[in-house]
Design a binder for this molecule. Structure first.
Ligand code: NAD
Ligand code: G6P
Ligand code: MN
Length: 440
């Protein structure tokens, strides 16, 4: 069986160790000959890499391993680029969340003004990765889950239309795992779904088991009462995420025929989100205090002791969708997966040039999107507004246009007026000087 070479871009990510453990767990279906880490922050990456090196030496000594900040070393001789960078890291995420809140608008990693600010930083970073891949390993595929995926995907559609890049999100996977549990199935892979929308902005229209039995009634009944919180607790989740899964109950009520993505709460209940936010302590603070602290201290402990048992790192089982995607390409598995792809008529009554999240059959030539048909006015209206926001952000980045970015923030359903949008934008420009193009 062929063995593959992978570079993880954003090697210093809090998710990297969990992904390494997941890759090791999946070596039978996705054999590896080399793993490389690439990051532009040498110090951050080294803490993660040294621990991963110990884990790899213990568990899979045959896999070649290196970590580097040199693009040529990182991107030469690779089959897959797994990209999860965060341009500006958590301190900038904190600003994305706190600045809008100062103006009474919700502060979120990928939604509203915060997501727009993050998008303006990510576009250049992800395009740079695509360029390195095309230069040093032109036959490779990039599996991108760097956020904000919707804006990044639109930017690559516009600026790198022929790049071998697949944009994917784990939110539907997390929600489907909960749906499977609610329906009494062992795994979400025992379900076949129809879904349409934008990234972090979509709806399930059909959920069946593999025999074709409709699972929607049982899931609907549960969600109407409990949102996506299963009766028997699964893996532990932080309170803020639990609230989001529970709030799906209210999001669902807007259209009981479908099942919503949890992120729609930010667009449909922005007032609720603001009321339940602490402007001095947002999700970025929680992540720095928990995930980042835990992962980095576990890595330091492993490195200090020289053995993997010295620190507790959790395998990221949800991330096995990345292996599903890589094997679909590598072995032409024709697996059905939700990906962010150009609409091109899949949603019949929606912009063909929009990047939409829909089921695709994935094989060695990439994704073949399935037709999701005509969508109702409620969803179409919301999606048209949101896709215009995402397109305006990309145009603002390309043209360095203040006006288009102001229009984008104004058009976000999370923002009450052009006045508020301008005030937020001016504050965001101040703190993003090192990352955004200078706007005219
Ligand atoms: P993190 O800050 O811990 O890691 C990101 C790493 O990227 C850092 O080490 C940073 O130095 C590096 N980086 C930043 N800019 C770079 C650049 N231009 N080139 C190379 N490296 C660069 O962040 P995290 O919380 O672990 O998340 C990583 C990314 O994964 C984020 O974009 C996050 O939004 C995304 N994510 C996506 C999904 C999804 O469903 N699509 C799920 C989880 C996380
Ligand atoms: C989900 C989404 C990701 C997002 C993440 C944030 O997994 O699909 O796109 O980055 O949540 O999680 P965090 O724990 O960093 O707030
Ligand atoms: Mn996501």
């Amino acid at each position: 069986m062929k063995k593959f070479s992978v570079v993880i871009a954003g090697g210093g990510s809090t998710f990297t160790p969990g992904i390494i453990l997941m890759l090791l767990e999946n070596l039978k279906r996705f054999p590896l000959r080399a793993i490389k880490f690439y990051d532009n922050d040498a110090e951050r990456q080294e803490t993660i890499a040294k621990a991963c090196e110990i884990i790899l030496t213990e568990k899979a000594p045959d896999i070649e391993f290196c970590y580097t900040t040199d693009p040529k070393t990182a991107f030469t001789d690779v089959d897959f680029v797994m990209a999860h960078i965060r341009v500006g890291k958590y301190p900038m995420r904190e600003k994305d969340e706190k600045i809008p809140l100062r103006h009474g608008v919700l502060g979120q990693e990928t939604c509203g003004p915060g997501g727009i600010a993050y998008g303006m930083r990510s576009i250049g970073g992800v395009l740079e990765l695509v360029e390195y891949m095309e230069k040093y390993s032109p036959n490779a595929w990039m599996l991108n889950y760097s956020n904000p995926a919707a804006i990044v995907a639109e930017a690559t559609r516009r600026l790198k239309p022929n790049a071998k890049i697949l944009n994917i999100c784990d939110m539907p996977i997390g929600i489907e795992s909960r749906m499977a549990q609610i329906a009494g199935l062992k795994s979400r892979k025992e379900m076949r779904v129809r879904y349409y929308g934008l990234n972090h902005f979509g709806w399930w229209t059909q959920i069946e088991d593999l025999q074709g039995n409709d699972l929607l009634p049982v899931i609907r009944k549960h969600v109407a009462e409990h949102g996506y919180i299963p009766k028997v607790a699964g893996e532990p989740v932080e309170a803020s995420w639990n609230d989001t899964f529970g709030k799906a109950k209210d999001v669902w009520a807007l259209d009981p025929d479908t099942m919503p993505n949890t992120y729609l709460k930010y667009y449909l209940f922005p007032d609720y989100v603001v009321e339940h936010s602490d402007p001095n302590h947002t999700r970025a603070n929680e992540v720095m205090e928990h995930r980042e602290k835990n992962v980095f201290s576990a890595c330091r402990a492993i490195t200090a002791a020289g053995k993997s048992s010295a620190g507790h790192l959790e395998i990221d089982e949800h991330a096995s969708y990345i292996v599903d995607l890589a094997t679909a390409i590598a072995f032409n598995t024709q697996e059905r997966m939700l990906l962010i792809v150009p609409n091109n008529g899949s949603i019949i009554n929606f912009d063909p040039d929009a990047m939409v999240e829909i089921p695709c059959i994935v094989g060695s030539h990439g994704p073949e999107p399935l037709v999701m048909g005509k969508i109702p006015l409620f969803q179409k209206g919301m999606m048209s507004q949101q896709v215009a926001v995402e397109k305006l952000v990309v145009e603002a980045w390309i043209e360095k246009s203040y006006l288009k970015l102001w229009q984008a923030i104004t058009m976000s359903k999370t923002v009450p007026s052009a006045t508020v949008a301008k005030a937020i934008l001016d504050d965001l420009i101040e703190v993003n000087k090192d990352y955004w193009p200078e706007l005219k």
